[in-house]
Design a protein around this ligand. Sequence first.
Ligand SMILES: *Cc1c(COP(=O)(O)O)cnc(C)c1O
Length: 462
Amino acid sequence: MTARAHDFAPALDRAHEHVLAWLGALHDRPVAPRATADELLKVVGGELPERGEDPAGTVDALATLAEPGLMGMPSGRFFGWVIGGATPAALAADWLVSAWDQNSALRYATPAVAALEETAAAWLLDLLRLPVGAGVGFVTGATMASFAGLAAARHQVLRRAGWDVHADGLTGAPKVHVLVGAERHETVDAALRYLGLGLPTPVPVDDQGRIRPDALAAALDDVPDGAPAIVCLQAGNVHSGAFDDFTAAIAAARRRQAWVHGDGAFGLWAAAVPRLAHLTAGVEQADSWATDAHKTLNVPYDCGVAIVADKAAMHAAFGLDTTYLIADETGPGDLHDRTPELSRRARGIPVWAVLRSLGREGVTALVDRLARRAAELADGVRGIEGAEVLNDVGYTQVCVTFGDDERTRAVTARLIADGDVWMSGSRWRGRDVLRISVSNWSTDDADVARSLAALRRAAAGA
Ligand SMILES: *Cc1c(COP(=O)(O)O)cnc(C)c1O
C-alpha cells in the first residue's frame, strides 16, 4: 500500500505542535535536564506493548515523556560543547529529508539529492577556501570525516610505497608513520584505530595546544626515508580554540612527502570570516580535511563533512563496483563513492538549505558573532573574583579556573546544578577547568548576561 497523506497528517500535526512548544520553551527553560536516564527508563520503558496505538498518541506520549530528559542544546545558554542549535531552514529541510526518504547512494536514482549535495559541496569549498574540485562526502560527523580523509591517506601513502592496501590489507605492509599534535582530538586516534593504523606519535605542542613546527620537523626526521607518513593537524583546539601553524607544519610535512590531514571540526569555519581568516592560513595546502555541519553551521544532527583534495583518492577508498548499481558517468561520481556507507541519508540537503538561507553574508556574520560572544564571555568571566581565563581567546573557546582544582570543580558542579546555563568541566594542561564553547547561532546579549549571572552565582556559592 502506498503511503497516504491522511494517514500521516494527525501524527505530523502533533509533532509540529510539540516542536513549536519545545522551541518556544527554550528561551526560558533551564538548559539542564530535570530527570536522569534511570528515572526516565521507568516511564518510557517496561514491557514491549502487545497492542499498538494510534501514531498521534505515540507522538504525544513521546514528546511528553521525553521533555524532562532533554538538554536545552539549541538554547542560547548552552555552552557545553562546540555544538549548534539547528537553524530554521536547516531544521525544516531536515524534516523534508525524512519525508522524502531518499536512499541517497546513486546519482541517477536520486538526482535531486545529487544536485543539492553537489551544490552544497561547492559552496562549502568556496566558504572554507578549500581547493575547487576537491571530493566532498557528507558523513555522520567529524569523526567519520577524519576516518574518510585518513582512509584516503592510508591508501595513497602505501601506494606510493608500492603497497596496495585494498588488495593486500595491512598484514606485511610497510609501517605507516602517523604524527599528531599532542592535543589532537581523541577522535583522530579513534579513526586511526578503525583503520588499523594503531596509536599515532604525539608531537609536543605550545602553551595553547598548537603543534610545534620545529618538533614536527624533528619527529619527521626520525621517520625512515621513503616510509609512508601522515601528519594530522588541527584547526580549533577544544580547550583553547587555537589553530596549528599550518604554513610551517605543512612545509615540514611536504619535505617528507607526508599526507596532511586537517581536523577542523569547528575551527575550519574561521576561514569564512575575513577578520579571522589568518587563523586557518595555509590549511588549504593540506590533502584532506574534516569538519562538522552540526557544530558551527547549526544543522540538526548528524552531519559531518569529509573533504579530500584528490577526488580520485577518495573514490579509491570508498568507491563500490557492483553489478546492480548503475554508475552515473556524467557527474563527479556517485554519492556512495565519497562516504563509507552505501545506503545513506541525504545529509547534504540541510547544508544546502542553511547556506542558501544565510547566504555568504549570513554565514560570515554567524561565525564572526560566535567569536565575539566568546570574547564577551571571557571579559565577563575576568570580572568574577578568583576566576582566571587560561587561554588566548581568539576564537570560540574560553577555558576558566577558579583557583585550585577543587574549587574549579565545586563551581562547575554548582553551575550544573543551577541548570540555567550549561558549561562543561574538563582537564587541560594538568588543571581542572570550566570550558565555555560558543556555537549556538541564537546566543544573544541577554543570553550572555544571564549566563554570566549564573556563573557569578556559582562562584559566590562555591
Ligand atoms: C567535535 C570534534 C570532533 C568530533 O566530531 P563529531 O562530529 O562528534 O564526530 C573532532 N575534532 C574536533 C576538534 C572536535 O571539536
